[in-house]
Design a protein around this ligand. Structure first.
Ligand SMILES: Nc1nc2c(ncn2[C@@H]2O[C@H](COP(=O)(O)OP(=O)(O)OP(=O)(O)O)[C@@H](O)[C@H]2O)c(=O)[nH]1
Ligand SMILES: [Mg+2]
Length: 218
């Protein structure tokens, strides 16, 4: 566990910086890279459709963005430095994750499509192997493709009530709750704002402690 707060020199004064590592996980074409773009407020993660069955993201990629003076902490202004790790659809190997996030992961973002039904996968087991049973306190669920819900006239609460039992149970268990994202509208920086806030609140609830990657079997 690590607290990643530090200070950045700003001329004569010093500025607090809160650095958070965020890991995106989800099935192929779930919208992970689009969520990453919303979080960093850019278009740097490559997105698109699978071509000849090949996913767009084939290796982990880390992008960072500093949001200056993003929030106040203990009475002082603080930057928010997000380091977002995009992943291929298979759960990354622990060693690889450890290389990318030696200080651990503050927030796990599980990305799912709202326009598809989800059978119970090995997602929870895989994540537990990586981080141990504490992981749920650091996780939030993001449903993408919510434009399809709007088109179908389905509210978010009705959608959640109708979804599969395991997913509803997971939504209730994760510390950060659920977020709905329509990546087809707005600029990434605007679309990502509520998600950044949610992520920051979750991390604050965990006192900005990071989950360490388990590189050895317990
Ligand atoms: N309509 C709509 N399209 C979306 C939404 N989110 C993502 N997409 C589209 O879905 C496709 C896949 O999105 P990505 O963000 O690349 O998904 P991914 O999970 O990173 O995909 P892979 O890396 O190939 O597994 C892209 O064409 C996106 O533009 C959304 O909320 N609504
Ligand atoms: Mg991708």
């Amino acid at each position: 566990m690590a607290d990643d707060s530090r200070r950045r020199r700003l001329g004569d004064s010093e500025q607090n910086v809160l650095a958070l590592n965020v890991l995106l996980l989800g099935d192929r074409q779930s919208g992970r890279s689009s969520v990453g773009n919303a979080l960093i407020g850019g278009e740097e993660f490559q997105t698109g459709s699978c071509i000849s069955g090949r996913c767009v993201t084939t290796d982990c990629q880390v992008l960072r963005r500093n949001f200056e003076g993003y929030f106040r902490r203990q009475g002082a202004e603080s930057d928010l430095m997000l380091r977002v790790v995009d992943t291929p659809p298979v759960t990354p190997r622990p060693q690889r994750l450890h290389e990318l996030c030696p200080d651990g992961v503050h927030v796990l973002v599980l990305v799912l499509r709202a326009d598809l039904t989800h059978g119970n996968t090995h997602l929870e087991e895989d994540v537990e192997k990586l981080f141990g049973p504490e992981w749920r306190r650091h996780a939030l669920l993001v449903f993408t493709h919510t434009d399809h819900l709007k088109e179908a006239g389905l509210s978010q609460s009705v959608y959640l009530a109708q979804t599969t039992d395991w997913l509803r149970a997971l939504a209730e268990k994760v510390g950060g709750g659920v977020s709905f994202l329509d990546n087809s509208c707005d600029w990434p920086t605007i679309r990502g704002r509520p998600l950044r806030e949610q992520l920051l609140r979750l991390s604050a609830r965990n006192h900005h402690r990071a989950l360490t990657v388990r590189t050895e079997e317990p």
